[in-house]
Design a protein around this ligand. Structure first.
Ligand SMILES: *Cc1c(COP(=O)(O)O)cnc(C)c1O
Length: 391
């Protein structure tokens, strides 16, 4: 049985008529840059996330770059980021010649560990970028407290977490100063190419980012400040507007799939009900834990990725690939070990949790249209592998 890591075709098929019409409408108008669909998407995202301003941009990466530019992060300024994330979180900081300062992650969620932030703060620190990794909120209360105490900005990298609610019910990306989202096709709300959006409850900051999105230009050909070409395509906005009303049901289906995985893993004797068996009890699987599940909000986790941990990760990957089961490592190399950040001279021993995550984590298929049979096949295959390994 083939189980791809992600298959976008069934989602498109289910909305084909509406999406094709939306695309055709933009093509007929020949209005490709900005325009009514971008403005409407921004309004709809504000309503959906309950925030004041949203500015559609060219990618999640550019969302981060624009946020840092709007907050006037200067060369030499330090910005605290988790060491375990997609490259863009740190890359955006380094591109401005600011200094990304890496913090280890929490062993349960893989999100930035708030207990390890304060020791990294110096007189040059200007901002913290928590990442809501895999679709679950970072510990925002603690992070906001540290930021307020030390007069730091908070930019939330919510690229993997559109629609996720924190335990206070707020949507991630609306808690700090600026939220950054990505519409990369594999995110829960994916476009037909690159795209992203920034959100804020600070009207002035929202207006500034709107201007910086087009080269800091206002009015036309008069440049108040530096910006870039950070625009979202009209075609992307049109597609995303068709998809947005379905986002919650897609994310609900991913949560259901996660529960189905847990059920099968427990039945196979590979995990306890809590999914929290540890490595030293041989052959066991560590399941992802939704830490805010009991807080009463359905969107406590949107499972952009479903990550399990196993000790013999690399041989499991080979085994699954032979069986045509898609899987991936998010992420094999934490920032402090990346070649491009060697100049920062990080101490590897400062990051034990991320180093461990990098060698033990594996993403399994979780997309909405996955069938229970496919999930069962994945779990059965892992059980088979574990049995063979323990001989
Ligand atoms: C996807 C992603 C980004 C970048 O988004 P793009 O749209 O691909 O530029 C940034 N941060 C995280 C955590 C991501 O997962």
């Amino acid at each position: 049985m083939k189980v791809p890591l992600l298959d976008l075709k069934p989602q498109y098929q289910s909305l084909k008529k509406e999406i094709d019409e939306a695309i055709q409408r933009v093509v007929d108008s020949q209005y490709f840059i900005m325009g009514p669909d971008v403005a409407k998407l921004e309004e709809e995202i504000c309503n959906y996330l309950d925030c004041k301003k949203a500015v559609g941009v060219s990618s999640g990466t550019d969302a981060l770059l624009l946020a840092l530019m709007a907050l006037e992060i200067q060369p030499g300024d330090e910005v605290i980021v988790p060491t375990y994330s997609f490259f863009a979180t740190a890359g955006a900081v380094a591109r401005l010649n600011a200094v990304p300062v890496f913090v280890d992650c929490d062993p349960v969620t893989f999100n930035i560990d708030p207990n390890k932030i304060e020791e990294k703060i110096t007189s040059r620190t200007r901002a913290i970028i928590p990442v809501h990794l895999y679709g679950q909120s970072a510990r925002m209360n603690e992070i906001m407290k540290i930021a307020n105490k030390n007069n730091l900005f908070v930019i939330e990298d919510a690229a993997q977490a559109i629609g996720t609610q924190y335990k206070n019910g707020k949507f991630v990306g609306t808690i700090g100063d600026i939220g950054c989202f990505s519409f990369f096709p594999s995110k829960n709300l994916g476009g037909f190419g690159d795209g992203g959006i920034v959100t804020t409850n600070n009207e002035a900051l929202g207006e500034k980012m709107r201007i910086q999105r087009v080269h800091g230009m206002e009015p036309k050909y008069y440049h108040k400040m530096m910006g870039g070409n950070f625009r979202l395509d009209a075609l992307q906005a049109a597609v995303l507007r068709v998809k947005l009303p379905h986002l919650d049901s897609w994310s609900a289906k991913r949560r259901e799939n996660a529960d189905t995985y847990s059920k099968y893993f427990v039945e196979a004797g590979l995990a306890t009900e809590e999914g929290m068996l540890v490595f030293d009890s041989q052959n066991k699987v560590l399941l992802p834990k939704a830490v805010y599940k009991t807080s009463g909000f359905k969107n406590h986790h949107i499972y952009n990725q479903y990550i399990i941990r196993v000790e013999n990760r690399d041989s499991l990957i080979n085994y699954l690939r032979q069986k045509e089961i898609g899987c991936e490592i998010y992420y094999p190399v934490p920032f402090h070990r990346q070649e491009c950040f060697a100049y920062l001279k990080c101490k590897d021993e400062d990051y034990p949790v991320s180093n461990n995550a990098a060698t033990s984590s594996i993403a399994l298929p979780i997309y909405s249209e996955l069938s229970n049979e496919q999930i069962k096949f994945v779990v059965d295959s892992i059980a088979e592998f574990m049995k063979a390994e323990s001989k």
